[in-house]
Design a protein around this ligand. Sequence first.
Ligand SMILES: CC(C)(COP(=O)(O)OP(=O)(O)OC[C@H]1O[C@@H](n2cnc3c(N)ncnc32)[C@H](O)[C@@H]1OP(=O)(O)O)[C@@H](O)C(=O)NCCC(=O)NCCS
Length: 142
Amino acid sequence: MSAAEPLTLTLTDAPDEAQKAVISQGLGAYNDAAGGEGDYRPLAILVSDPNTGAVVGGLFGGSYRGQLFIDRFFLPANVRGNDLGSQARRRGCTRVSLFTLSFQAPGFYLKKGYEAAAELGCDPPGATRFLMTKRLTPGASN
Ligand SMILES: CC(C)(COP(=O)(O)OP(=O)(O)OC[C@H]1O[C@@H](n2cnc3c(N)ncnc32)[C@H](O)[C@@H]1OP(=O)(O)O)[C@@H](O)C(=O)NCCC(=O)NCCS
């Protein structure tokens, strides 16, 4: 492939793992060269039924360059309201960020000291997607 050759662009809703890896590894190498070696680590907090050991909920995301990003956070209705959602722990990050929809939990995160850094209109009409973020003190318990 030379820079002068026309390239083929393909729009797909089903990229395979190898195709995604080309993009991820290329971006990772670019970031490492531009900003120093990265330190991405996945992170999950799993909530399990003590009788069966089955995972019933929790959160997952990843930490990277001092920031924790939460991808998904869910507790089933029968265990909500027990302060479980407040017990997220961290690993030396100085900021945590996540997206939440207006019909999900912006009120929960505001109570926990997050602020809305951005508010983006989305579907369905009237719904909003918030970027919530909170500064963390390394070593503190919450
Ligand atoms: C959001 C969620 C993880 C919070 O877990 P939880 O165990 O219910 O939270 P806690 O018991 O720690 O609640 C702490 C406080 O936040 C409040 N709160 C909890 N969920 C809230 C919500 N969706 N909106 C506003 N306030 C909320 C609680 O009332 C409580 O208030 P208090 O301290 O005045 O009593 C859980 O409710 C859930 O899974 N919801 C459905 C999925 C969802 O919205 N996930 C978030 C995606 S970003």
